[in-house]
Design a protein around this ligand. Structure first.
Ligand code: PEP
Ligand code: MG
Length: 608
């Protein structure tokens, strides 16, 4: 391959989606829309200029609609993102503001648009919430799309690339990423973008390796340069040496063979070497993810995060809308169980309805069950939909962010009212739905023995539990090093939760990201966890690990571990006892752990 004589360069970015690819670079050039000139419009011509802008927006909408129309049917997630871009194009913040700047300041449409986009971006970029911060890039993408239409520049059509290449770009918009043809694009790298960006969400759903946030890759890398993209570690190797190339070819082959093998064997149920069966389930956010759960050997849905049906819209969904969405999942799951978590908005995922003020500290604010208890009608609508769908399948309900018995009783009371109202309306619904409590607040750990008496099962949300126990923002990379599931404080909390459940003869599940790391499986088994639920892609590796563990030995191991007092000691003992079992598991490595924290919205990474 050309370019090998140059010195090997390693660029470090953020893992966009896992996988390894090796190939030639293809630079994606966004034709001249960066330089925008300002000129004044004669007052008589203002209306014409405003119409020119309206036209450009309409063309942009048509363009997006065209991409949606040509998207394969199973690309529902992409379509949803592009549909939100269409809404954004017509949003007051962008559309009407630009028209008003043209009208009031008598400037050209390009200048007005540039001003409005950069103002709006500045507002989003200031937001503490990483999910919302990423939305600044959505505004930039739709702004670029309109700008291209205004200046008449050619768009980038990735669908026309006819050779097997690795894309290199300053940034790729979701619309562009959606056009990627898997048969021609091996992977991509970009200067901008983060793990929660929609571009990386699409990359993960396409299962195409990508590294984002490389800062200057599009300047350093030239067309046809030889590249290795390691989507696990977030590393890009430019001009790889023969030796590096050999190493990565091996790594890639090993990964692909292992992945295929694990997926094949993952259909069998997970049983320890001494014959103890555990359920391994999938976490989903959208109904279409059910397929991934089944494909990876998931035995049910252990966590259905329902908040996505409430985002990117200006009103609350109706009972019927929710019922249809839940029905899509429950019908596909057949006799496998589905645990539906009630609405958990306003933490990292904020609803945009005007009447709700932005909170200074949303993770500690009116979130999840607290929000639902303050808006019982919104809550009841969801509960009615869940109770109705529980009549046609095996459905359990899970209340998030419960901090005390009173809250739990209040939630149960509204559930009862929802059932009563369905009875009155003569609609069929499940009368004995199983109720679970998601433990993710340290106060609930302390009160676990009392709380368990009010529910049928516990599920442990380690993402938030660790965040609140250690006072570290789960979305803040600067404190990522303190996010340690193998800290003795976590082990002790899990023990207290599991013991409380067992004392009352109830089951305990775990659905935080901690469950998806095979290295944690022996510890969780030894603590008495009955059900593991995780991102579907981790199911095969975790099932495989469970199959190699002896339950009795893991229980003895946990007893010894409980005496340790530092995270380093716990981790080194776990590695010593079980490290060999995961050492050769490339699937167990996961993305770059120093840059990935479990996040609410579309997290595909594992915790550190
Ligand atoms: C958790 O907190 O661990 C959890 C499962 O919920 P989420 O990640 O949606 O907050
Ligand atoms: Mg949570």
């Amino acid at each position: 391959m050309q370019g090998f004589k140059k010195k090997e360069i390693r660029l470090k970015g953020i893992s966009g989606s896992p996988g390894i690819c090796i190939g030639r670079a293809y630079l994606v050039d966004h034709e001249g829309v960066d330089v925008v000139e300002r000129y004044f419009i004669d007052p008589k011509e203002i209306k014409k200029e405003m119409n020119r802008f309206k036209h450009a927006v309409q063309n942009a909408i048509e363009e997006l609609k065209g991409i949606i129309k040509n998207s394969p049917k199973d690309y529902r997630q992409h379509v949803q993102i592009l549909e939100t871009h269409i809404l954004l194009l017509k949003d007051k913040m962008l559309y009407e503001k630009t028209l008003s700047v043209i009208e009031k300041e008598h400037v050209n449409a390009e200048w007005a648009l540039k001003k409005v986009v950069s103002d709006a971006q500045a507002v989003f970029k200031e937001m503490e919430d990483p999910y919302l911060r990423e939305r600044a890039s959505d505004i930039a993408h739709v702004g670029q799309l309109v700008m291209r239409n205004l200046v008449g520049a050619e768009g980038v059509n990735l669908a026309n690339i006819d050779k097997r290449v690795i894309l290199v770009a300053r940034e790729l918009s979701p619309a562009e990423t959606s056009q990627i043809q898997l048969e021609s694009i091996k992977g991509f790298v970009t200067d901008f973008g983060g793990e929660a960006s929609h571009t990386s969400i699409i990359a993960r759903s396409l299962q195409i390796p990508s590294v984002l946030g490389l800062e200057n890759a599009s300047q350093v890398i030239k067309n046809e340069d030889a590249l290795i993209v390691d989507g696990y570690t977030g590393e890009v190797i430019l001009y790889p040496r023969q030796e590096t190339l050999r190493e990565y070819k091996l790594k890639k082959d090993r990964y692909e063979a292992r992945k295929a093998q694990l997926i094949r064997t993952s259909k069998a149920s997970a049983k320890t070497t001494d014959g103890y069966s555990v359920s391994v389930m999938g976490n989903i956010e959208l109904p279409e993810e059910v397929v991934a759960v089944l494909d990876h050997g998931g035995e049910g849905i252990g966590l259905y995060r329902t908040e996505f049906q409430y985002l990117n819209r200006s009103d609350f969904p109706s009972e019927e809308e929710l019922y249809e969405k839940y029905k899509d999942v429950v019908e596909v799951m057949g006799d496998r169980s589905t645990t539906i978590r009630t609405l958990d908005i306003n933490g990292e995922k904020t609803i945009s309805f005007r009447q709700f003020e932005a909170e200074k500290n949303p993770a500690l604010g009116l979130r999840a069950i607290r929000f639902c208890l303050q808006y019982p009608e919104v809550f009841k609508t969801q509960l009615r939909a869940i109770l109705r769908v529980a009549d046609i399948g095996k459905v359990k309900i899970l209340f998030p962010m419960i901090s005390c018995v009173d809250e739990l009783l209040a939630a149960k009371e509204i559930l009862k009212q929802a059932g009563d109202s369905l009875k009155k309306d003569g609609l069929p619904f499940a009368r004995n739905i199983e109720i679970g409590l998601l433990i993710e607040i340290p106060a609930a750990v302390t009160m676990a023995d009392a709380l368990i008496q009010e529910v049928d099962f516990f599920s442990i949300g380690t993402n938030d539990l660790i965040q609140y126990a250690f006072a570290i923002d789960r979305g803040n990379a600067r404190v990522a090093h303190l996010y340690r599931p193998l800290h003795p404080a976590v082990v002790r909390m899990l023990k207290q939760i599991a013991d409380s459940a067992k004392m009352d003869g109830k089951k305990v599940a775990i659905c935080g990201e901690m469950a998806g790391d095979p290295l944690h499986a022996p510890l969780l088994l030894g603590l008495g966890i009955d059900e593991f639920s995780m991102n579907p892609q981790f199911i095969p590796a975790v099932k495989h690990m469970i199959g190699q563990v002896n339950l009795r030995e893991s229980q003895a191991f946990v007893n010894a571990l409980l005496k340790e007092t530092t995270a380093e000691r716990v981790r080194s003992r776990v590695l010593q006892a079980y490290g060999d079992l995961v050492k050769n598991e490339i699937l167990a490595e996961g993305p770059d752990k120093s840059k990935t924290l479990p996040r609410k919205a579309k997290c595909r990474g594992k915790s550190a």
